[in-house]
Design a protein around this ligand. Structure first.
Ligand code: IMP
Length: 427
């Protein structure tokens, strides 16, 4: 059975660890959207790996890792990652597959990202400045450059010239030359060539041969371009719909959907975060959860678990279950709050508002639960959790509407509680 694993909150839920953990059940791990704005952190035998573009299954020898057409690829970032993995003794050569239809992020996209943020001023998105939005803009405007285009130097030259000229018309430093951009691109194209395939065909052949695929999402549902807190979102479909469009597969290819959610909430960048904590408690969560961006190092905004947002994610993605991460970060708190609904004027809302203005006017309604003093860090069996922690998880399951099939109690692979199956997949 194929499984999609994706973020059920605003990203940074700990998807990297969960994908790495369940990857041995699959033959292929496929990324379907986003780019090197993602930072999937995986710890193996004490060594830390931050995977940005390459699927988090790469640390398991023998697994094929696929970058789908829905991903935007910065070739510099890709090769920096390939080389970094190589230095750690992880060879990607025979195991990496890249869609010929994936769009490229070029140096001018990074400049345009910065320009767009500067122009928005106070209303800036707080992007990762990686050129993600402008690359997707070019894709939608039908002027993007795709991996497959690298095989046609003549056509590529025209496209690079046009795009660099357009960039120079917009950016104050208007001296970018198209030739070095083209030359660098051609070199990358040569190096990438053995990995480039028709991903849709390759994946459907694999399925026909009985191989199971893990679909790896980046960012989170509330950052989805359509269903997130627009405009404070990323520029791709991080929700489950992205699997079909980002890999070229029909919906029946998706056997089950596992949403990853932290036992509290974080967000990096601007935009609404109803349960945000500003005082001492926000600081406490940030420090004990090491809540600093894996890619940009920016401090993350922290708040209590928002069950309204997670329920929304359950609906948007048809989640079968949750993987609940970072439970141990709540160790030692006297009381813990769960937001189970919002108050908006005189009304109580149990569904996440579609309208950003309405969301901004919402106040979280909290339930207060007792905390626990016995550490949960590293606990591997549900029964070994302190009783208040078990009650907390049970209540999160109730208010979120799906079971927690995995509970993570630390960053290492084995600091995990596995509790049953997701759509018949034994975890
Ligand atoms: P962009 O994807 O760089 O355009 O950024 C758009 C928004 O998505 C910003 O608020 C970023 O902080 C956020 N974002 C992008 N990628 C990630 C991620 O991997 N984790 C968390 N937030 C992200």
């Amino acid at each position: 059975m194929n499984l999609a694993i994706l973020g059920a909150q605003w990203g940074d839920e700990g998807k990297g660890k969960i994908v790495d953990l369940v990857a041995p059940h699959f033959s292929i791990v496929a990324r379907y959207q986003g780019g090197h704005n993602a930072g999937h952190t995986v710890y193996v035998d004490g060594a830390k790996f931050i995977l940005r573009l390459i699927p988090s299954g790469i640390l398991h020898p023998g697994l094929t890792c696929v970058i789908g057409n829905g991903v935007v690829i910065d070739p510099r970032a890709l090769f920096a990652e390939v080389d970094e993995l190589g230095r750690a003794g992880i060879k990607v050569d025979e195991r990496l597959v890249i869609s010929d239809k994936a769009h490229l992020i070029l140096p001018y996209h990074r400049d345009l990202d910065l320009l767009s943020e500067a122009r928005r001023g106070e209303r800036k998105i707080g992007t990762t400045s990686r050129g993600i939005g402008p690359a997707y803009e070019d894709k939608i405007a039908r002027r993007g450059i795709r991996v497959g285009d690298l095989a046609d130097p003549r056509g590529l030259e025209q496209d690079v010239r046009d795009n660099v000229t357009a960039r120079n018309r917009l950016v104050q430093d208007n001296t970018m030359e198209w030739r070095p951009v083209l030359e660098e691109l051609l070199q990358y194209g040569e190096r990438m060539r053995p990995w480039v395939h028709d991903v849709s065909l390759m994946l459907s052949d694999a399925m026909r041969n009985g191989k199971a695929i893990l679909f790896e999402g980046a960012q989170g549902t509330l950052l989805d371009i359509d269903h997130g807190t627009y405009p404070y979102v990323t520029s791709s479909n991080a929700s489950v719909g992205g699997v079909c469009t980002g890999l070229g597969l029909g919906p029946r290819a998706i056997g089950g959907v596992l949403g990853v959610a932290k036992a509290y909430t974080t967000r990096v960048g601007e935009g609404p975060l109803p349960t945000e904590l500003f005082g001492e408690m926000g600081h406490r969560l940030r420090e004990s959860g090491h809540e600093y961006g894996a890619v940009t190092g920016r401090p993350r905004r922290c708040g209590w678990y928002d069950a309204v947002a997670v329920r929304y994610s359950v609906r948007i993605n048809g989640l079968d279950a949750l993987a609940l991460t970072k439970l141990d970060v709540l160790d030692g708190l006297e009381r813990i709050q769960i937001c189970s609904s919002y108050r908006c004027g005189s009304r109580t809302l149990t569904e996440f508002p579609s309208d950003l203005g309405q969301l901004a006017a919402c106040e979280p309604v909290y339930e207060s639960l007792p905390g626990w003093s016995v550490p949960t860090r590293g606990v591997r069996r549900f029964a070994d959790l302190p009783e208040p922690a078990r009650r907390y998880v049970a209540r999160l399951e109730e208010v979120s509407g799906v079971p927690a099939a995995i509970i993570s109690t630390g960053s290492a692979r084995d600091e995990t509680i596995l509790r049953g199956d997701v759509q018949g997949l034994k975890l």
